[in-house]
Design a protein around this ligand. Structure first.
Ligand SMILES: [Zn+2]
Length: 434
C-alpha cells in the first residue's frame, strides 16, 4: 500500500528521498527448495515529511506479512554482540531509573527474551515480553520469560494490566518497525504506571546518512528517526524526553528515555541543532546520499566481478537482514557469491530472499574459497577475528565503499586485507542528565 501521509504528523507533504528499487522482505529467509513459490517484491523507497522532517517507507507491507506469515528468522540470543549489548542496555536502565525489584518490566518486541533475561538475572522477578512472531515467542516461554504472543496494542495492554501497571517499558529496535508510532504511544500511555518510563532504542537517521548505511533500509524498518520529528511526536502524545544516549549499536542508534508530564532535556535541542546544521532535512543532502549509494553499487560489482574473472571464489559472511538490501540493490547472486555462512540455526539451510544465495554454517567453508564479503559490517572486526584462521581476504564495502574510487587495473584494491575499523561519527552531545 502506498503511503500518502506522514506517519507521525499526518501531513500529505511527503517528498521521495531514497529509491532502492524493488525488494522482497529482507527478514524472510526462504527454504532451500523455494517451496513458497513466487516471491513477492515491493518498492523500497523512503519519503521525508516537509512539515515535521520524519523519514519513513513510502510503501507499506502489512505487519502480518512481515512477522506472522512466515517463520521469523531473527533470534537476538544468537549473536554474542547482541547479548552483550542487551546487558549494557539493562545496566543503563537500572542505573538511570533504579526500578524496584518487584516493579513490572515489559519489553515490546521482546524476541526470544534476551533483554528481559538480563533483568531477571539481576533480580527483577516480574518481567513480561510482547512478541508477535509465534515461533520466537515460544522460545522465550521455554526459557521462562512470560511472553504475550501478539502485537503491542489494546489486547496486549489488557493482558499486561492483569498483572500490574508497567514501571519500565522497554523496546529495542522495534519502535522503528511499528507501522503506527502514535498507536504505540497511546498503548504505552495506557499501560504505564504514573511515574513509569518508556525507554526505547532505534537506529539514528543522522548516522544512517553520514555513514551511507543504505543497507539498514528495508521494509521491516518502517521509520528512520531523527530527534527533531521524534521529539515533536512524543510531545504531541504527552511525553517528554529525559535523556538520550548515542550508541554504536546497529550502525548508530539512540536510546531515548521518555516519560509523561515532563519537559525536554537540553540534549534534545542540541541534537536537533546538529541535525539541522548537517542538513538532514534538506533535499540536497538526500541527493548526495543517493549518489554515494549508487557509487557503492558500482564499486561492489566491479570488485566482485574482477575477482571472479581472475579465478577467485567468493562467499558472504553473516546472513544479516541488512545484507539482503545490499545483495538485492547491487543485484548479486550465486554467479558471484557461492554461499553465505551464518551461525543461526534459524537461517542455516535456507536461502537469502531475492538473491537466493544458500546459507550454510560457519564450519562448512570449503578449501577453494579465496575471498569473503562481510555483510554485517557493524561487527566486521569480530567476524574477521573469528575467521582469521581461514586465510581469506575480506571485503567490507560498507566501511570503505569507494576504494580509491575504482582503481584502474592492475592496481590492487586497498580494501583487501586492510585493517579497517568502523569510524565513530562525531555527531552530538551524547547524553544529558535529567
Ligand atoms: Zn510529518
Amino acid at each position: 500500500m502506498k503511503i500518502t501521509c506522514c506517519r507521525l504528523c499526518q501531513s500529505p507533504r511527503l517528498r521521495k528521498v531514497v529509491d532502492l528499487g524493488w525488494h522482497p522482505l529482507a527478514d524472510t529467509f526462504l527454504p532451500a527448495d523455494l517451496q513458497y513459490g513466487p516471491e513477492t517484491t515491493y518498492p523500497l523507497q523512503l519519503g521525508q515529511c516537509d512539515d515535521c522532517g520524519h523519514v519513513a517507507t513510502l510503501y507499506s507491507v502489512s505487519a502480518v506479512d512481515r512477522y506472522q506469515k512466515h517463520e521469523y528468522s531473527y533470534d537476538s540470543s544468537n549473536s554474542r554482540v547482541s547479548i552483550a549489548h542487551f546487558k549494557t542496555f539493562c545496566d543503563a536502565v537500572r542505573r538511570e531509573l533504579a526500578p524496584a525489584p518487584d516493579a513490572l518490566v515489559v519489553d515490546v518486541g521482546s524476541n526470544v527474551g534476551t533483554l528481559l533475561a538480563h533483568f531477571r538475572d539481576e533480580g527483577h522477578a516480574r518481567v513480561m515480553g510482547v512478541e508477535p512472531a509465534a515461533n520466537i515467542a515460544a522460545i522465550a516461554e521455554a526459557d521462562g520469560i512470560p511472553t504475550i504472543n501478539d502485537f503491542f496494542g489494546p489486547a496486549a495492554a489488557a493482558r499486561i494490566l492483569e498483572t500490574a501497571p508497567v514501571q519500565v517499558l522497554l523496546s529495542a529496535n522495534v519502535v522503528n518497525h511499528a507501522d503506527d508510532l502514535p498507536a504505540v504511544l497511546r498503548t504505552a500511555d495506557q499501560v504505564l504506571a504514573p511515574d513509569g518510563s518508556f525507554v526505547f532504542e532505534v537506529p539514528y537517521l543522522l548516522e544512517l546518512v553520514q555513514r551511507t548505511a543504505f543497507d539498514t533500509i528495508y521494509h521491516e524498518h518502517v521509520h528512520y528517526y531523527g530527534v527533531k520529528p521524534l521529539a515533536a511526536c512524543l510531545a504531541r502524545h504527552g511525553f517528554g524526553i529525559t535523556r538520550i544516549d548515542s550508541l554504536e549499536y546497529m550502525c548508530g542508534s539512540i536510546r531515548v528515555y521518555a516519560r509523561r508530564g515532563v519537559g525536554m532535556a537540553p540534549v534534545v535541542d542540541a541534537m536537533v541543532r546538529a541535525e539541522e546544521l548537517f542538513g538532514l532535512y534538506r533535499p540536497e543532502t538526500w541527493a548526495a546520499f543517493m549518489r554515494r549509494v549508487l557509487s557503492t553499487k558500482l564499486a561492489v560489482n566491479e570488485h566482485l566481478a574482477r575477482i571472479r574473472a581472475d579465478g577467485g571464489r567468493i562467499i558472504g559472511i553473516g546472513a544479516a537482514t541488512k545484507g539482503n538490501t545490499l545483495l538485492n540493490y547491487c543485484r548479486l547472486d550465486t554467479d558471484l557469491i557461492a554461499y553465505i555462512t551464518d551461525a543461526s540455526p534459524l537461517k542455516i539451510g535456507k536461502c537469502m530472499p531475492g538473491s537466493h544465495i544458500p546459507i550454510v554454517s560457519d564450519d562448512q567453508i570449503d578449501g577453494g574459497v579465496t575471498h569473503a564479503l562481510i555483510l554485517p559490517w557493524n561487527i566486521a572486526d569480530f567476524l574477521k577475528a573469528k575467521l582469521a584462521h581461514l586465510g581469506l581476504r575480506f571485503y567490507v564495502p560498507q566501511v570503505d565503499p569507494h576504494p580509491a574510487t575504482l582503481p584502474t587495473r592492475p592496481t590492487p584494491s586497498p580494501t583487501w586485507n586492510s585493517s579497517i575499523s568502523i569510524p565513530r561519527t562525531a555527531t552530538t552531545a551524547a547524553s544529558s542528565p535529567t
